[in-house]
Design a protein around this ligand. Structure first.
Ligand code: SF4
Ligand code: SF4
Length: 419
């Protein structure tokens, strides 16, 4: 028997599964292992055993499967019974990973993400660094000569390149840099709340502030009407996905109170988590927001032709919020869109998965990179920073000529060097 007081999982959610098995072909871990325990149906049966006390959290199969699941939610859209697997997984891990059972690395990341001061410092450091790079690029006459150059610069240099591109692209890019850097460390303006009601508040995101600050600058360059309230904390997605649902909800609510108006995010994972806590009406992922606000302009060209561009879906955005078409439509407006056969399948980033289970993550990524190379594309677009890091890492390891960029960066390239 477990020592948990009351049910581990919501009985109403748990009872929905009718064991039909329709979800099995959609599950990447079942495809990799062929083991029923690694399938959504198998994991739900393990949860049921945990619920009634037949298995305890120390059971090795329960421990392994709670960790092996990607949390990609590919099992949800195909389920005829409407099983909300993502919620079940969060509740399962909340019990399974309590205290000493939670992976040490996840604990460290969650502790860091929960401290607002950490993100203020990161914002200041990254904002200052990016500002220096942008100025150096402009001083050296390194601004993009056209869309092809912009694409090459941004992809090759990662976020630093994107920052350079934003800074060199024109007044909007420079203004964007200044506003994001300022928002991370400097008190906001008095007029912030008013404009946020009209255009929305840009969520900076922990991962992006640390690794891809150029993505937020590009988003702001696309819609300068967005406000970036200062002192933003974590949205709590990291905590919710790693077995601390209470903190995950508390952080989301706090962000909802701190940021006025609609919350616009460049992260599919943050969008899904915020929507689950604050309500769908309060949250717009960037592709939805850009489409709402009138779309895009310009074109991305490489070697004198329209760039061939693929998309890697964000699992939580596609499977959790059902947002699949808007990013595809936007890419098709500025480039030649190429659909990857497994665009909707997890790239192996899966939040902390690539850190906690690197071997499995790399295996999933290797197949993804094979597919990208075979598609003959110039660029791959991500709509989630974790996916961006994962795909970019895979392409670099392979010394691929294909570059991974965030959707915001692609659209900024098109706008900055529009043909
Ligand atoms: S999760 Fe849905 S699709 Fe999978 S076995 Fe249960 S009812 Fe069927
Ligand atoms: S979340 Fe993804 S890996 Fe986990 S059971 Fe569902 S489809 Fe499989």
């Amino acid at each position: 028997m477990t020592d948990h007081q009351g049910p581990v999982l919501d009985p109403g959610l748990l009872s929905r599964c009718i064991s039909c098995g329709f979800c099995l072909p959609a599950c990447p871990t079942y495809a990799a292992t062929g083991d029923e325990a690694s399938s959504p149906r198998g994991r739900i049966n393990l949860m049921r055993a945990l619920q009634v006390g037949d298995l305890g959290p120390d059971d090795p199969t329960l421990r392994e499967q709670a960790s092996q699941c990607l949390g990609c939610r590919a099992c949800e859209p195909v389920c005829p019974a409407g099983v909300e697997y993502g919620q079940l997984l969060e509740q399962w891990r909340d019990h399974q990973w309590r205290g000493r059972h939670r992976p040490l690395l996840a604990r460290a990341l969650m502790a860091a993400a929960g401290l607002r001061g950490v993100w203020r410092v990161v914002g200041r450091v990254r904002g200052a660094g990016a500002g220096r790079r942008a100025r150096a690029g402009a001083g050296a006459g390194a601004g993009p000569a056209g869309p092809a150059r912009a694409a090459e610069t941004s992809g090759a240099a990662g976020s630093a390149g994107a920052a350079g591109s934003a800074g060199a692209a024109g007044p909007a890019g420079v203004a964007g840099s200044a506003r994001v850097a300022g928002s991370a460390g400097v008190p906001g303006s008095a007029g912030a709340a008013g404009s946020a009601e009209a255009a929305g508040s840009l969520v900076l995101g922990c991962f992006e502030r640390a690794l891809f600050p150029g993505v937020s600058r590009a988003a702001l360059a696309l819609d300068p009407g967005l406000t970036v309230p200062p002192g933003q904390g974590c949205c709590g997605a990291l905590h919710a996905h790693n077995g601390d649902t209470a903190t995950g909800e508390r952080l989301a609510r706090r962000l909802g109170e701190d940021l006025p108006g609609t919350l616009v995010t460049t992260s599919g994972g943050c969008a899904a988590h915020l929507a689950s806590v604050l309500g769908r009406d309060r949250v717009r992922e960037l592709s939805e927001h850009v489409a709402d606000r009138g779309g895009v302009r310009g074109e991305v060209r490489i070697d004198g032709r329209r760039a061939r561009v693929a998309l890697q879906d964000s699992c939580h955005l596609a499977n959790g919020l059902g947002v699949r078409q808007p990013p595809r439509d936007l890419i098709a407006r500025v480039a030649e869109y190429v659909e990857l056969p497994s665009a909707g399948t997890c790239c192996g980033a899966a939040g902390t998965y690539s850190l906690l289970r690197p071997r499995e993550s790399r295996r999933i990524l290797a197949a993804k990179v094979d597919e990208i190379e075979a598609a003959g594309v110039d660029l791959v677009v991500a709509v989630n920073p974790g996916c961006l890091r994962q795909v970019r890492t895979g392409l670099r390891r392979r010394r691929s000529r294909v570059r991974a960029v965030h959707l915001a960066e692609l659209l900024e390239m098109a706008a900055g060097g529009g043909v």
